[in-house]
Design a protein around this ligand. Structure first.
Ligand SMILES: C[S@@+](CC[C@H](N)C(=O)[O-])C[C@H]1O[C@@H](n2cnc3c(N)ncnc32)[C@H](O)[C@@H]1O
Length: 334
């Protein structure tokens, strides 16, 4: 082991200190260890930079069965099982699917359906396995605020969301008439390996998120959505055309645009602005992304100096309406 700084060691140290600290003590310890471990860094450096991503490595090690123990056990396992872990890091991408995000989308979804007087046709771009396409099947516990659940209850533990500001909290759940998604690599809630991969992406201390994921994937399995494989910029317009005419179309996305380059984000922004302004069939656009992800896109939320705090921004048709916890755990209306 040594303290030699390479791009990969800096990346892992940064991940430990900025992303994991206070959120996952185990990932903090593992990534601090990796950042100082020449042998493990050399293994990671056999992959192209985009594939050296900490979350991908941690997920792949979990997928391969790494014990949830201290750094010594972690590194021993990684060195022994490197071929398997490397294979997963090449074959898979980070596709965390977090149903909890429905809690911050719900106020806008319910308001849109009520204003338009029609049920919703939901299209999620970057849908992963589609767990966010079922806002009508989950229970919600807003605090302060109402407890909401579908008739007959929900198999998913209530999505808890703390509320600040004048959030237009709904008093009932909207009706969803149709649900569809686009993903470069749609995951299948009926496929054991895909489910195991999604579980491996949940951070080890977040047992409640793992439980929620398993239950939400059960909801998806019972009534699978239409999931289209492909790039969101290529597929969005044809998919909007397939939505039933008697429903109001809402296109939404969460933690997706960071995966696009600047040109891809601009193109998507322009497409969505055009669809939202369509006189014959205006589409509503809900964007739920990290601060600064839309930087440089005209009219989108720019990063405000001093306001970076890990929260996401919720926008409706390009207008910022709320700051949120990235997994849907909080919402502050602007
Ligand atoms: C971090 S996951 C988020 C999944 C889901 N939106 C959620 O909030 O739980 C990002 C997803 O976006 C997908 N994705 C990334 N770039 C994409 C693109 N250009 N077109 C379609 N899907 C994309 C990835 O495959 C992945 O499933």
């Amino acid at each position: 082991m040594s303290g030699t700084e390479t791009a990969t060691s800096v990346r892992y140290r940064r991940f430990a200190e900025v992303d994991a600290r206070g959120y996952s003590p185990l990932y903090d310890e593992w990534c601090t260890g990796v950042s100082e471990d020449e042998e493990v860094l050399a293994l990671l450096d056999t992959l192209p930079p985009a594939r050296r991503q900490p979350v991908l490595f941690l997920g792949a090690a979990r997928f391969a069965g790494v014990p949830l123990e201290g750094y010594g056990a972690f590194r021993a396992f990684v060195v022994r099982h490197w071929a398997d872990i490397r294979h997963v890091m090449q074959a898979r991408t980070t596709q965390t699917n977090e149903a909890g995000r429905c809690a911050v989308l719900l106020p806008s979804l319910t308001a849109i359906s009520a204003e338009e007087g029609r049920p919703l046709a939901l299209i999620e771009v970057g849908a992963s396995a589609g767990a966010c396409l079922y806002p009508d099947r989950y229970a919600y516990s807003y605090s302060p605020g109402p407890f909401l659940e579908p008739d007959g209850g929900s198999p998913v533990p209530p999505l808890a969301c703390s509320v600040a500001g004048d959030v237009p909290l709904p008093s009932s759940l909207p009706t969803v008439a149709w649900r569809a998604g686009i993903d470069l690599n749609p995951l299948d809630a009926r496929d054991d390996d895909d489910v195991r991969w999604l579980e491996a992406l949940v951070w080890p201390e977040h047992g409640f998120r793992a439980e929620r994921l398993r239950a939400a994937l059960g909801v998806v399995r019972e009534d699978p959505p239409l999931l289209v494989r492909g790039d969101l910029n290529e597929q969005i317009v044809p998919l909007v055309r397939r939505a039933p005419a008697d429903a109001v179309v809402v296109v939404f996305h969460s933690a997706v645009l960071a995966y696009l380059d600047a040109g891809g984000r601009r193109r998507f922004h322009d497409t969505m602005t055009g669809l939202a302004a369509d006189r014959d069939r205006p589409v509503h656009w809900l964007s739920h992304e990290g601060y600064g992800v839309l930087d440089g896109v005209p009219g989108a939320m720019e990063k405000v100096p001093g306001e970076e705090d890990g929260r996401f921004v919720l926008q409706h048709n390009g207008r910022s309406v709320a700051r949120t916890g990235p997994h849907g755990q909080s919402i502050e209306w602007l």
